[in-house]
Design a protein around this ligand. Structure first.
Ligand code: SF4
Length: 445
């Protein structure tokens, strides 16, 4: 938890010697609190004060980076229990198991399928983040061979699941530049894996079945000099897992309990894909930083990525598209003009229905501060004046040979005023976007 200027002042020598470049210790403290000065500018600060200030400036949950380059995954650094209190910052990493005892062609096929788990939704890319390679064969050669195949087929981040430190060490010789996450250090192999992870500068999962043991191991790993720790409370029923994850998050945020100030990982366990999806969704919502699952069916994964996208969107900033004119298909001067708001979900729903109608059209997205049609109308963000101004700035008059506008059916009440204000002929369209294809096809006849 960050300290205030006054709290920092209490830790300074209070001699006002000015050697830090500030006239008083208080002025210096205020600058540190505002992150405009660094503590090392004061040569007289005690070691004890340094320790307190450094630990106070750390986030309650550390940020851990898995992977490198563009697709790297950052997890942790969350600050609230509930999304509505502020926002959740780092979306849960979603990973999929691949086993090293699979027939090579099957392994390659599975990795390629995981690689294709990429979608576009409301203008954003949503995708899988991790290939989790399990050393099911328990042999080193098979594991190393499988790593090589995986590296050839994907640039996704890697989770190396193996309990043999020597096999992990040999794997890191090949893959450490990709900064994989290692799974997992337990009470039996902590010392060996700790030194390997530190040496290779890769993050390490600490795993123990009880929270008491997990706390002890986490403290041991941190005091051994490892910063990049991910916590795992082991395989257990989803209700118990949920309880563990909630305790870990609560203790980290509310009590600043350092052993639990790290991101978490959880595995799904259900056999049925829909049950597994429901487990994964539960873990995404509360409070797994990484979820590893088996099912790679597109519909299941798309639904989870959609849930994740919703949970990790700032509730105070609705997703918006740029307010402007969009051309859908090969538009001509006769193409219809539809108007809607710039709330992403609304815009993309309208866009997909226009696309499926196969009637090339213009869509004018009006700046409604990211609100949907009815909400924006009620809040006076989607008014005849605003729509008229958007039409005037659209440049459409140079592109089309008519002056007819399709207004969403839900706001038919403003059609008269809009016609008067804009000078455009206003046609009331369907209330629901699903009615757009038949509406546009009907207009074409
Ligand atoms: S150098 Fe340290 S003791 Fe001197 S004024 Fe600055 S903060 Fe105070």
């Amino acid at each position: 938890m960050a300290l205030s200027g006054l709290e920092i002042y209490k830790l300074l020598p209070k001699t006002n010697c000015k050697e830090c470049g500030f006239p008083t210790c208080l002025a210096f403290a205020m600058q540190i609190a505002a992150k405009k000065a660094a503590l090392d500018k004061c040569p007289h600060v005690s070691e004890e004060a340094k320790g307190k200030l450094e630990s106070a400036s750390r986030p309650p949950i550390n940020l851990v980076t898995i992977g490198s380059g563009e697709g790297k995954l950052e997890v942790g650094n969350e600050t609230v229990m509930f999304r509505h209190e502020q926002t959740f910052y780092h979306p849960t990493g979603l990973g999929f198991i691949v086993e090293d005892n699979m027939v090579e062609s099957e392994l390659i096929k599975r990795v390629e399928k995981i690689e294709r788990l990429r979608f576009e939704r409301v203008g954003q890319k949503i995708e899988a983040n991790i290939v989790a390679l399990a050393n099911t064969s328990k042999t080193r050669d098979k594991y190393i061979a499988a790593i090589k195949r995986v590296l050839e087929k994907t640039k996704l981040n890697l989770l190396l699941i193996c309990d043999d430190p020597e096999t992990i060490k040999a794997s890191l010789d090949i893959v450490k530049d990709r900064r994989p996450l290692i799974y997992a250090a337990t009470k039996d192999n902590l010392d060996a894996l700790l030194s390997i992870a530190k040496g290779a500068k890769v993050p390490l999962v600490i795993s123990a079945p009880s929270l008491e043991d997990l706390s002890e191991l986490s403290e041991k790993a941190a005091s051994g000099g490892l910063n990049d720790i991910v916590l795992d409370s082991g395989k257990k029923p989803i209700s118990e897992k949920l309880e563990d994850l909630t305790y870990i998050r609560r203790l980290a945020l509310k009590k600043t309990y350092r052993p639990f100030g790290h991101p978490t990982i959880a595995f799904t366990d259900a056999k049925d894909p829909y049950e597994e999806a429901s487990e994964a969704a539960t873990l995404i919502v509360k409070y797994a930083s990484i979820v590893i699952m088996k099912c790679i069916d597109h519909p299941v994964v798309l639904s989870l990525l959609t849930a994740r996208q919703n949970i990790f969107t700032d509730p105070q900033k609705p997703l918006q598209v740029e307010p402007k004119v969009y051309e859908i298909g090969n538009v001509t001067g006769e193409s219809p003009v539809l108007v809607t708001t710039n709330f992403s979900l609304t815009y993309y729903t309208v866009e997909s229905e226009v696309e499926s109608s196969k009637v090339p059209s213009y869509i004018v997205s009006v700046d409604s501060e990211g609100m949907s049609v009815l909400t924006a109308w009620a809040a006076e963000k989607f008014t005849p004046e605003k729509i008229t101004s958007a039409l005037n700035q659209s440049g459409l008059k140079d592109k089309i040979t008519h002056k007819e506008l399709v207004l969403p059916g839900y706001v038919a009440v403003m059609s008269g005023k809009l016609q008067e204000e804009s000078g455009w002929q206003v046609k009331v369209g369907p209330r629901e976007a699903s009615g757009i294809p038949s509406f546009l096809k009907g207009k074409k006849k």
